[in-house]
Design a protein around this ligand. Structure first.
Ligand code: ZN
Length: 296
């Protein structure tokens, strides 16, 4: 069980110029405690470097996750793409194990010409295969974490992600709040929408999964085709709003890892952490609001 809410950047901090293996040291110095290694263009890190990164993270109490390659499509009609996608996922799990990362985040794929049901079925079969291969290979302590996706053309609605988690062992959700917001045309207005989504996760996957959620957060601009551009936390005209999420995290005593995907990465991770700490202090100092019970 996670000990606290953690914040960190997706990839190397903005002003960090050192070697990637030292990124967790820098992250810690900034007052952050999570880091998502980006293997989005392919898993290129070697075993030695991955282990060094993991050692630096462990010594600095920085939680590491790994974002797998974008070139993954577990619903592809092309046999070769389908096969390579599974291999890329397995490669990602291997690298994650080396660096002590618990979650391999990835985008499941595209519907293409298929119905959502067919695409989901293919994806679930692929995930089962990858999990089996990983187990046979002796990969332990690493979980697959498919992400809610930002475009209606992509497999990865909240419902589909939760189904993958229900159907396949070693699979846990990554909740990308901006993606849900963009995919559903500005769905998240405030605390009600967050409550609804989090309750759904709890209902289907249980309260342990809810408490330990892996999240991505950024403000986002979207069109009718979904996600367009990531925006700064300070840009009030864009959603989703962070404050109500922070509020519910405190009220429900959740301990998520929140990875900032804002254009300013670590800087907005620091800003989110400050907002969370301010709201946490405020809520804990005053009695519980009528009608909304604090759950512990
Ligand atoms: Zn992603």
């Amino acid at each position: 069980m996670a000990d606290r809410v953690r914040f960190g950047p997706a990839g190397n901090p903005l002003d960090f110029k050192g070697p990637t293996v030292e990124a967790p040291i820098y992250v810690k110095e900034e007052g952050l405690d999570a880091y998502e290694y980006q293997a989005v263009r392919g898993v290129r890190i070697k075993e030695d470097a991955a282990k060094e990164l993991g050692k630096n993270a462990k010594e600095n109490d920085v939680y590491v996750s790994l974002h797998g390659p974008y070139y993954i499509n577990l619903a592809s009609d092309k046999k070769d793409t389908y096969k390579k996608s599974k291999e890329r996922l397995l490669e990602s799990m291997r690298a994650a194990m080396w660096m002590g990362a618990k979650k391999v985040v990835f985008h499941p794929g595209y519907y293409g010409e298929k119905s959502p049901e067919e695409a989901l079925k293919m994806c679930i079969e692929a995930l089962k295969e990858v999990v089996e291969l990983a187990k046979n290979e002796g990969i332990r302590g690493v979980f697959l974490a498919p992400e809610t996706t930002g475009k209606p053309s992509q497999l990865g609605s909240l419902d589909e992600i939760l189904t993958m988690c229900e159907e396949v062992e070693m699979v846990y959700p990554t909740i990308d709040w901006a993606h849900i917001h963009a995919r559903e045309q500005g769905l998240i207005k405030g605390i009600k929408e967050y409550e609804k989504i989090l309750s759904e996760i709890e209902k289907r996957l249980g309260s342990d999964v809810l408490k330990d959620l892996h999240c991505h957060f950024t403000k986002v601009e979207f069109t009718d085709k979904g996600e367009k551009t990531h925006r700064l936390l300070s840009e009030k005209e864009f959603g989703p709003p962070f404050e109500p999420l922070a509020e519910i995290i405190v009220e429900w005593d959740l301990k998520p890892v929140i990875i900032s995907e804002s254009p300013t990465l670590d800087r907005d991770a620091i800003n989110m952490k400050k907002i969370y700490e301010r709201i946490s202090k405020k809520i804990k100092e005053k009695p519980v609001k009528k009608g909304r019970k604090r759950r512990t």
